[in-house]
Structures are given as structure tokens and as C-alpha cells.
Design a protein around this ligand. Structure first.
Ligand code: DOR
Length: 462
């Protein structure tokens, strides 16, 4: 007999509506929404007063495994996911070794199978010399990857690709979607020189300024347009980028998608006084006007994804004097509570959150079986209590780094239970330790985000 769980009387957040109903899980899949009242179940979860959302798919995390596991590893990172209602992650290639070969990608997938408590996928990293290897990755069967990551602008790890010849070749000769970190290296170096020494943490946003972000983003969009190559802009940070994305949305130019991160939505340069290098990340924080523009871009559909760029470093490392302090902040276990708190304040709806954190990434990366609560979908779910209030504390973090820039913030709306493939991975404040995640699959025939989007966006036309 298949194992059946009935989540009864939740407010279920579905693509078209939120309805007070029940969800029946059978062997890892959503068997029914609104099943008959007497449906047989091995376990009944009374969810009255709670909301059920599709599990978060975080398409940008750095879990440091292998090589930098004193900061995080696939077990601790995925446990933090489970506690935060994140049921799938896509991880970046700037580990040691970098994920830039068939072998490194295969090893990471095998490592995650032994360690991850949630679903996983890994990007293939581009270097100036691994085009042949990227093409091998694309041709290798049973080696799923969402796409190719390019650092057009250096960050943690040495993965810079910013010479035009290499970029043209990667966009011209690969077929997987490309995601890029966009900060123009020449601009960053010139800014650094101009400021002189020693720079302070506030200079981080002057060194990695809006023009650095904008220049690299325009360059990447130009490459995508000329080569007709699907491109995803990682962590947009400026009002100018939002304006470009909004124009493209109006013009129905479907090749480019984009995302924003919680730190760029919730912090700006005024937060350096309070947080110092705990607010240091790449792309850097911008002004309050940028923060507002990013919210507008998200709400208007110009930005399709909210992802964390979870980038843990130890507190000891972060406390080094700038610029030795490394860039990056953790966020995987707080992205959902942060947004639920905003929903409680009326800034967005739960349907918005499900679209930005689940349906959006599932569509952008063509992830099979995920992103929505509907019959036949995978039972990756998160039950949340919109009334629960708690203050965020460093000591409560599941991430190995043990700190968060949101320490001391009161949030209302928290996950209470998370399922991955029908299996409970977080409940009663405890996280499942056994690996139970699944390798994500990517449907290369589906045609991408725009092809399946509702509304006025037209499919790619060649
Ligand atoms: O701040 C950042 N830290 N931005 C990135 O793109 C990389 C990340 C890291 O890996 O530390």
C-alpha cells in the first residue's frame, strides 16, 4: 500500500488562488487537492489556521562543499534549507575544486546524494579555458545541470571570465542557459584606484558601484541578444537594471530573466553603519532608491525570481578589516520568514511569494515536477504559521557559519513543517539529518520561462 499523508484544512496557496482545502500526498507526489473528506491516509496533519505553500526553490546558493567546508557543507546548508522551507537548491561552482569539469560536477552530485536533506542541482562553471569541457557536460547523459555560471566580475573564488573573446565563444558555442554575476572588472579596478587607500567598508559600494553592475549587465544582455542565448541575470542590485528589465518586459523580449536577493531588498548603504562588513556582499548594497526599484521590478514581473545568494563566511573572516573581509551573507533559512513578514505587513501576497520563490525558478530553469501545488506535482511543501512571531538570533541558525545580518529582527510568519518528496524534513523545530534529497531534473524541451508564462508574453520565436 502506498504511504499517504493528508494535510487537512490548510489555506493552500496555488497558482490561481488560495483556498481553504486539503492536500493528499501519496508516495512523494501530490495525489489530490481537495480530496474526498473520507480519503484514506496513514497520517493526518491538522493544518487549520496554517498556510501551505510550494517549497522554495533557491536558485543561487554557495554551500562551500567541497573545499571550504569550515564555512558550510552540503549537510548543514541543506538542513538550513529544510528549516527555512527551501526544498530545492541550485548551487554555484566556486568551490574547491571549482565545478568546471564533467568530473567535478559528477562528484558534487554524488556528494550531495550522500549529504543533502533537500533536492539539489549544480551549475557548471565557466572559465576562460573550459569551453570544450562545458560542451562535454552538455553532451553527457545523466549529468543534469540547470545551466552555466559565468562570473563576469570577480567575487569569492577565482572564476573571472571577462575577456570578450571567451564570452563570445561561451555564448556562441554552448546551449545551456547562462547565468551571470555582472560587475564590470575594469570599472571596479578604476574605482578602487581612484579611492586610494585604505578603503573602509562604506567604500565597498563606491568600488563596486552602480556603473560596474550596469556595464556588465548590459554587456551580458548584448551577448544574449546577439547569440540568441537564454540568459539569467543573477542578483540585480540597481534601479537602472530594473529599468532595462522592465523595458524588455514591455517589448516582450523573452531571452532574459532576472532575480533579486533579500539583502538587496531589505538593506541599503545606510546599513553599513549598523552592520559593517556583515553587510558586505557582491554586488554591493546600493541606495534606498535602488531597493525600492527592486521591489517594484519584482512586483511588476520584470524580475521573476527571489533567490538568496546564500554565501556563508565565518564571523572571524567577516570581522577582518575591509577589504580583507570576504563578501557574502547567509540567508537560506530566513528568505521565507522575511517574505512572510512582508506579506503580513501587506507589501506582497502569499501568491506573490509562491510565484517568486517557487513557480518562477521552476519555470526559469525548467525544473521537472516542481513549483506548484497541483495534482501530479512533487510533494515539496512548506506549512507556515502566519501568526507566529519570533526574533531572529544568531544562535538559532542552522547554517554552519552561525550568524545572520538579520540578528535581532522580529519577524511574523514562520515555517512549521517542510516536506521534500512527501517526506518530513523539518517539524517541531527539528531537522531531518538523513540525506533524503533528490537530484533535480531539467526539461530541456520545455522552452523556458516565457514560453509557459501566462499573459501577454510571447514564446521564443527563433
Ligand atoms: O557576495 C558574494 N559572495 N557574492 C558572490 O557572488 C559570491 C559569494 C561567495 O561565494 O562568497
Amino acid at each position: 500500500m502506498p504511504h499517504r499523508t493528508l494535510i487537512r484544512d490548510a489555506s493552500v496557496v496555488m497558482p490561481e488562488e488560495t483556498a481553504r482545502t486539503s492536500v493528499l500526498i501519496e508516495d512523494g507526489t501530490i495525489a489530490d487537492v481537495d480530496p474526498p473528506r473520507h480519503a484514506r491516509a496513514d497520517e493526518i496533519v491538522d493544518a487549520a489556521g496554517l498556510h501551505l505553500l510550494p517549497g522554495v526553490i533557491d536558485d543561487q546558493v554557495h554551500f562551500r562543499d567541497p573545499g571550504l567546508t569550515h564555512k558550510e557543507d552540503l549537510r548543514t546548508g541543506s538542513m538550513a534549507c529544510a528549516a527555512g522551507g527551501v526544498t530545492s537548491f541550485l548551487e554555484m561552482p566556486n568551490t574547491v575544486p571549482q565545478t568546471v569539469t564533467v568530473r567535478a560536477l559528477r562528484e558534487k552530485l554524488e556528494r550531495a546524494a550522500r549529504r543533502s536533506v533537500v533536492n539539489y542541482g549544480f551549475y557548471a562553471g565557466a572559465t576562460t579555458g573550459n569551453l570544450a569541457e562545458l560542451r562535454r557536460i552538455e553532451r553527457t547523459r545523466n549529468l543534469p545541470t540547470p545551466g552555466i555560471k559565468i562570473f563576469i566580475g570577480s567575487s569569492t573564488g577565482e572564476m573571472l571570465v571577462d575577456d570578450q573573446e571567451s564570452l563570445e565563444a561561451i555564448f556562441a558555442e554552448t546551449v545551456l542557459p547562462i547565468a551571470a554575476h555582472c560587475e564590470d572588472e575594469t570599472t571596479v579596478r578604476a574605482n578602487r584606484q581612484r579611492i586610494g587607500s585604505p578603503p573602509t567598508i562604506r567604500d565597498h559600494s563606491r568600488i563596486r558601484d552602480r556603473w560596474a553592475a550596469l556595464t556588465a549587465t548590459l554587456r551580458a544582455i548584448d551577448l544574449a541578444d546577439r547569440h540568441r542565448h537564454r540568459f539569467h541575470l543573477l542578483h540585480a542590485s540597481t534601479a537602472e537594471e530594473v529599468a532595462i528589465l522592465a523595458c524588455r518586459l514591455l517589448e516582450k523580449r523573452e531571452l532574459v530573466t532576472a532575480e533579486v536577493c533579500p539583502h538587496h531588498l531589505f538593506f541599503d548603504t545606510s546599513d553599513y553603519d549598523r552592520l559593517g562588513s556583515l553587510a558586505q556582499m557582491n554586488p554591493s548594497l546600493k541606495e534606498a532608491g535602488d531597493r525600492k526599484a527592486l521591489w517594484r521590478g519584482l512586483k511588476a514581473g520584470a524580475i521573476q525570481i527571489l533567490a538568496t545568494d546564500h554565501a556563508p563566511h565565518t564571523l572571524e573572516e567577516k570581522r577582518l578589516p575591509y577589504p580583507e573581509s570576504p563578501s557574502g551573507v547567509p540567508a537560506v533559512e530566513l528568505v521565507l520568514p522575511l517574505m512572510l513578514n512582508e506579506a503580513n505587513r501587506g507589501r506582497c501576497t502569499l501568491e506573490d511569494i509562491a510565484a517568486w520563490t517557487s513557480d518562477g525558478p521552476a519555470r526559469v530553469w525548467d525544473i521537472v515536477g516542481k513549483g506548484r501545488i497541483e495534482p501530479g506535482g512533487d510533494a515539496d511543501l512548506v506549512l507556515v504559521d502566519m501568526a507566529e512571531e519570533r526574533v531572529v538570533r544568531n544562535e538559532d541558525q542552522w547554517s554552519k557559519c552561525g550568524w545572520t545580518p538579520w540578528h535581532g529582527t522580529r519577524l511574523q510568519g514562520w515555517p512549521v513543517r517542510t516536506w521534500v518528496g512527501g517526506r518530513t524534513v523539518f517539524a517541531n523545530g527539528k531537522v531531518e539529518m538523513e540525506p533524503c534529497g533528490g537530484r533535480l531534473e531539467f526539461d530541456r524541451e520545455r522552452g523556458g520561462y516565457w514560453a509557459e508564462s501566462a499573459g501577454s508574453i510571447v514564446p521564443a520565436s527563433g
